[in-house]
Design a binder for this molecule. Sequence first.
Ligand SMILES: *[C@@H]1O[C@H](CO)[C@@H](O)[C@H](O)[C@H]1NC(C)=O
Ligand SMILES: *[C@@H]1O[C@H](CO)[C@@H](O)[C@H](O)[C@H]1NC(C)=O
Ligand SMILES: *[C@@H]1O[C@H](CO)[C@@H](O)[C@H](O)[C@H]1NC(C)=O
Ligand SMILES: *[C@@H]1O[C@H](CO)[C@@H](O)[C@H](O)[C@H]1NC(C)=O
Ligand SMILES: *[C@@H]1O[C@H](CO)[C@@H](O)[C@H](O)[C@H]1NC(C)=O
Ligand SMILES: *[C@@H]1O[C@H](CO)[C@@H](O)[C@H](O)[C@H]1NC(C)=O
Ligand SMILES: *[C@@H]1O[C@H](CO)[C@@H](O)[C@H](O)[C@H]1NC(C)=O
Ligand SMILES: *[C@@H]1O[C@H](CO)[C@@H](O)[C@H](O)[C@H]1NC(C)=O
Ligand SMILES: *[C@@H]1O[C@H](CO)[C@@H](O)[C@H](O)[C@H]1NC(C)=O
Length: 889
Amino acid sequence: MDMNSPCWLLLLLLGAFAIIRSVGAQDQLGFISLDCGLPVSEPSSYIESVTGLRFSSDAEFIQTGKTSKIQANMENDYLKPYTRLRYFPDERRNCYSLSVDKGRKYLIRAGFIYGNYDGLNSDPIFDLHLGPNLWATIDLQKFVNGTIEEILHTPTSNSLQVCLVKNGTTTPLISALELRPLGNNSSYQTESGSLNLLVRMYLNKTDGFLRYPDDIYDRRWRNYFLTGWTQISTTLEVSNDNSNYNPPKKAFVTAATPSNASAPLTISWTSDSPADQYYLYSHFAEIQDLQSNGTREFDILWDGVVVTEAFIPAKLVTGTIYNYSPVTCKDGKCSYQLIKTPRSTLPPLLNALEIYTVIQFPQSETNEDDVVAVKNIKAAYGLTRIRWQGDPCVPQKYVWDGLNCSNTDIYTPPRITSLNLSSSGLTGTIAAAIQNRTKLEKLDLSNNTLTGVVPEFLAQMKSLVIINLSGSDLNGSLPQALQRNGLELLVEGNPRLCLSGYCTENSKKKFPVVIVASVGSVAIIVAVLVLIFVLNKKKPSTVEALQPPLSTPTVNDVYDNSSEQLIGTKKRRFTYSEVMKMTNNFQRVVGEGGFGVVCHGTLNGSKQVAVKVLSQSSSQGYKHFKAEVDLLLRVHHTNLVSLVGYCDEGDHLALIYEFMPNGDLREHLSGKRGGSFINWGNRLRIALEAALGLEYLHSGCIPPFVHRDIKTTNILLDDQLKAKLADFGLSRSFPVGGETHISTVVAGTPGYLDPEYYQTTRLGEKSDVYSFGIVLLEMITNQPVIDQSREKSHISQWVGYELNRGDITKIMDPKLHRDYDSRSVWRVLELAMSCANPSSVNRPNMSQVANELKECLVSENARGNTNMDFQRSPEVSMSYDTEMFPRAR
Ligand SMILES: *[C@@H]1O[C@H](CO)[C@@H](O)[C@H](O)[C@H]1NC(C)=O
Ligand SMILES: *[C@@H]1O[C@H](CO)[C@@H](O)[C@H](O)[C@H]1NC(C)=O
Ligand SMILES: *[C@@H]1O[C@H](CO)[C@@H](O)[C@H](O)[C@H]1NC(C)=O
Ligand SMILES: *[C@@H]1O[C@H](CO)[C@@H](O)[C@H](O)[C@H]1NC(C)=O
Ligand SMILES: *[C@@H]1O[C@H](CO)[C@@H](O)[C@H](O)[C@H]1NC(C)=O
Ligand SMILES: *[C@@H]1O[C@H](CO)[C@@H](O)[C@H](O)[C@H]1NC(C)=O
Ligand SMILES: *[C@@H]1O[C@H](CO)[C@@H](O)[C@H](O)[C@H]1NC(C)=O
Ligand SMILES: *[C@@H]1O[C@H](CO)[C@@H](O)[C@H](O)[C@H]1NC(C)=O
Ligand SMILES: *[C@@H]1O[C@H](CO)[C@@H](O)[C@H](O)[C@H]1NC(C)=O
């Protein structure tokens, strides 16, 4: 006989499908039965008619691939689950991820039928991997009618990856995938490796097959019989209860014996590769009624050599003989024989036989805890990374993007040493799942929208060398434990994140509530402000003890430079003569407001500053001066104009700010500064930066406070055109700048003022949101906030009116030359209109506004049209004058 013919195995495995038998649904013992390519839209599962097992769609076990079915005229040749298939035109490696019990023995079976599903009549060749290891090359050019691979394997983790890998040009596919846990983990043991099925047969002349439910583990058995053999049979029941192999009882109804009793019963085949190692499992039961003088005793020979001597099958009870060590075939010729012993009166008998070759899966899978952790992280952030399939680290060719692994040798499970989820759109908090990554050295979560605090557990991860959390929205204080030697921590661009101690210290202090409750209470608050100012003046150390929000590149840097910074701090308070000197006698006036003039100045001969001089005649101004100093000393954010120092000498009061050489947003919009840079992308960025500054005032400060005078002239641009909010604290009850004010008690600027203020006379955070909405509308339309010549004089009414007519080009600033993504414009328009909602409860808060703007900016930047000079991300470009703010001691 020749078992080497390709169709022999095929017939053995596939021929069975022609027979249909009806079986009721059974206890399924943890079976996984996938009909690959079965659409979820149809009933996503069905009872397969041969086995009565429920087959389901594979969709939830794999991320990639497309579904199809074999050519219609072939559908009669194959039964379900072999009529559908999933094919993989795009990715190199595509993996099913199945949950299994580690240490349990499984039968794993995968079926592949091309069926000309694509009409190209081109049979593919591709690889099948189990985790990181090659399982088989699926050559459908050789097996044109399809093929099935089956192994007995004990997974080393609780997750099993079955991967279809394109190795060449043809498209991998799969038709069915089945997993069957076996009852005894110690059955089918090998010295090493797993077992790859060559053939599983029962000896019966009648064509047929056995599988579930006759075989409780759903092994597939095919009938087999040769000429020169005689069939014997029984009607009695054979017991398999005591067998660890549980061969199906129906395989023991018949047996083969050699027709010439003294001749051996021989099964032979040729081996593809001389190195193949075999395990054979022969199943026997005596099914004949032996007379008292009858004896059946035989030797089992491998390659002509007796391997089992004088075996006597047990009467009506199954027994299994197998080799403990693998055997090989001499010169590729394999021979298995049973020969009766001289004292035996009866010929040898064989009921059933399984032949396996050893398959090695030498490459260790990635450390299971690492895999679980990275999957949990993936789940926690809802990441849909298409290449995150199969084993994360091996083969190295398919290592997941964003990971680096240690890969000592194939026998050592790789460990994940670096995880880069930068710019991955992560939201929510820093996932707890990260803490189980014990070998992680580098963690990069930068440029995301992570919120919440920096968790303590990062400090417990001793292997960490670099943590990059920059460019997110983290808040709270940094755990002290993280500030250890050897750990580089990058946290820049988290406007609300504070160094350890700062936030808590700040919150313990009773700072004035800035929101003006009513006109009557202004006086009280002003009095409190004055008092605090005086107190602080006497104890400058309390002020200096405060820490700024963290915005330097690394924590270690801040600490290393701390002695340098201390020198700078002492110079925060300036004498009047110093002020005169730095402004060269107030020579260059750059602005004027209700409180006095703003002069350009130079500090230490190089640093440009803006000196705001309080006019001595303005008694109200004096109070505001106090308020502003008090607040500005406590508030620090990259998108707020920072206070460099102040002067408080007798009647001479002055504030010294960082100089903003690029003027205000209004000037840029009006073209006064030359309109070259102010394209849509830059407008978005400026809007976002201003929003971040305002968000910080609302939610990053303790106590939070309200700007009260958001408008385009209060958004200033520094030398890098970064936007910063100015003049907060100034507008308490006092209109600023050249605008006419409505009444002496109204804060803010007409047009920007929250309409609810007229009823409530209260300005809250949502009033700033309203004003910010107006600013956004100005940035979109470049129209005056109030223009009596328009159909609708107020900008929000006008935009609403035009929006109803559905044409945004009419609304848009013509200076943008239609160079924008209209989806992002629509989003910002909607955002602006919701901010400018007349009812405060319907307005978003600034965090929502900032997030929305961030997303718009990301998509605008992705469009790739942004002027490169200004294509910088607002959250990663933070810089502040560390000179002024020492570390708390
Ligand atoms: C495929 O099936 C057809 C029809 O059953 C048969 O004629 C042919 O020999 C088979 N081919 C192989 C390689 O088994
Ligand atoms: C096989 O191993 C698995 C996992 O160790 C265990 O849960 C199961 O009970 C074992 N089965 C048998 C029959 O020993
Ligand atoms: C993949 O293809 C290359 C060349 O075609 C071959 O050398 C290599 O052995 C193949 N790998 C596997 C795992 O089949
Ligand atoms: C599993 O089989 C081994 C021998 O194959 C046997 O020693 C062991 O008792 C069996 N375990 C169970 C749980 O049946
Ligand atoms: C084996 O052969 C007998 C007849 O010799 C038949 O009745 C029986 O159904 C066959 N068993 C299987 C499982 O095909
Ligand atoms: C039966 O087999 C024995 C041993 O192989 C052989 O010597 C004998 O000639 C055979 N008898 C017949 C009738 O073929
Ligand atoms: C065994 O006994 C039966 C009758 O019981 C007889 O026909 C047969 O020849 C005996 N066989 C041998 C080998 O003695
Ligand atoms: C930040 O992430 C966005 C996508 O989320 C990306 O477009 C942008 O280039 C990233 N910026 C930096 C500085 O990495
Ligand atoms: C970390 O691992 C332990 C055990 O390995 C587990 O109990 C715990 O739930 C894991 N924590 C997270 C957050 O995954």
